[in-house]
Design a protein around this ligand. Structure first.
Ligand code: VGL
Ligand code: ZN
Length: 207
């Protein structure tokens, strides 16, 4: 599959806190970096997302007395998993992995910057209705197809892929360019949901 002018590579949250040693380390998370770097050479257009929380964000377990990371809480917009403090604005943990070779990226979408609501998807916050503006950006520029890689498969990548389908974009997830958190079967559930929604899965070598 050759990348076309109407394809956008979206590199999701390849940040230090999601890599080994980080605050919310995704197992083997840094393994996506060389895959993403190689893949990005095949694309004419690339953008990045960056998880970007204020200190004390409502998705942090530390903001909910008596709650521990990976427990859940009911928010006005639905059930929210509570995370260790991670990707706090301006910290080293929120920075992109140092070996990520994406200086040519055309846009960085920051998400999760409102204290009261989390945002996994590159398109909508976790109420599934507050837009990040990315859909308009892509449509304005004539992109019809998005190809997703990054972290984590079962949270920010899956939410982004499902929203992309809902918005009518042709949507591909490069499986070996992603790694998962896999919390209580979340990876299998996310893969099923994406397949049902018409997300295509490919290996980086076939692109
Ligand atoms: C993510 C949990 C919390 C992700 C971000 O990038 O998948 N997961 N914030
Ligand atoms: Zn986050």
């Amino acid at each position: 599959m050759a990348a076309r002018e109407t394809d956008m590579l979206i590199v999701v949250d390849v940040q230090n806190d999601f890599c080994p040693g980080g605050a919310l380390a995704v197992p083997d998370g840094d393994a996506v970096v060389p895959v993403v770097n190689r893949l990005s050479e095949r694309f004419a257009h690339r953008i990045l997302t960056q998880d970007w929380h204020p200190a004390g964000h409502s998705s942090f377990a530390s903001s909910h007395p008596g709650k521990a990371p990976f427990e859940t809480v009911e928010m006005p917009y639905g059930t929210q998993v509570l995370w260790p403090d991670h990707c706090v604005q301006g910290t080293g943990g929120a920075a992109f992995h140092r070996d990520l070779a994406l200086d040519g990226a055309e846009l960085i979408v920051r998400k999760g910057f409102r204290a009261a609501i989390d945002s996994y998807s590159a398109f909508f916050e976790n109420d599934r209705t507050t837009p990040t503006g990315l859909a308009g950006y892509l449509r304005d520029r004539g992109f019809e197809s998005v190809v997703l890689v990054g972290l984590a498969t079962d949270f920010c990548v899956a939410y982004s892929a499902l929203d992309a389908r809902r918005l009518g974009f042709t949507t591909t997830v490069v499986t070996d360019g992603c790694r998962a958190i896999d919390l209580n079967g979340s990876l299998e559930a996310a893969m099923k949901e994406m397949a049902t929604a018409g997300v295509e899965f490919v290996a980086a070598a076939t692109m």
